[in-house]
Ligand binder design. Structure first.
Ligand SMILES: N[C@@H](CCC(=O)N[C@@H](CS)C(=O)NCC(=O)O)C(=O)O
Length: 203
């Protein structure tokens, strides 16, 4: 069945989905739109909520990045079968989402003075608040959310890479377990080759 992922030519809310697809060796069409040309009216108007990513599988389609990632993970070893373990990972994913929800305000702001103030607040307050907690959770459970490699790990890596790109930082550098997890995920079979073949992202 043909699989297609639509997003911008950016990591954002699609890179963790791309990672899951590459890790699980799936063939898919990685459709990328140029952010500078958005909104592309005939595409946006046909999206169920006007936003990307959108995932298509045969004649079915799904929006919401986390739902797409969880669905794809459920066909791999990245989603455990135990409901409690699943809930631990859902909580981790929602915590990462909460982090990004606070950081993304920076991207929306157009006023340069306000933008600089948000950047400072994200770097000095939001990142330390969330990253120290991610670090604690990872270091107390063998380097992974929930104790073993999962889709939640992929989401953290994708969102830290996104934050780094937009803020021009390496936010993970003071956090050894986050750094180690990023290194590990990027070296996984399928992901390693994808990263090697990928053009560097630019804003
Ligand atoms: N909760 C949604 C958020 C989707 C979203 O915010 N998409 C943004 C890119 S990350 C988008 O499509 N922006 C362009 C627009 O709104 O026209 C998800 O996780 O998929």
């Amino acid at each position: 069945m043909a699989k297609r992922l639509h997003y911008f030519d950016l990591p954002g809310r699609a890179e963790f989905i791309r990672y899951i697809l590459h890790y699980s060796g799936q063939n898919f069409e990685d459709v990328r739109y140029e952010r500078s040309k958005w909104p592309i009216k005939n595409i946006k108007d046909n999206l169920p909520y006007g936003q990307l990513p959108l995932y298509e599988e045969g004649n079915k389609s799904l929006n919401q990045s986390v739902a797409i990632a969880r669905y794809l993970a459920s066909k791999t070893d990245l989603l455990p079968s135990d409901p409690w373990q699943q809930a631990i990972l859902d909580a981790a994913v929602l915590n990462i989402n909460d982090f990004w929800g606070k950081a993304v305000v920076y991207l929306m702001e157009k006023d340069p003075v306000k933008k600089a103030a948000i950047k400072k607040q994200v770097s000095e307050e939001v990142v330390p608040y969330y990253f120290s907690r991610f670090e604690k959770e990872l270091s107390s459970s063998g380097g992974h959310f929930g104790g073993k490699l999962s889709w939640a790990d992929f989401i953290l890596v994708g969102m830290v890479e996104t934050a780094n790109l937009f803020f021009g930082e390496e936010f993970e550098k003071k956090y050894p377990s986050i750094t180690a997890l990023m290194k590990k995920v990027r070296a996984l079979p399928g992901i390693k080759e994808y990263i090697a073949s990928r053009k560097p992202y630019a804003l």
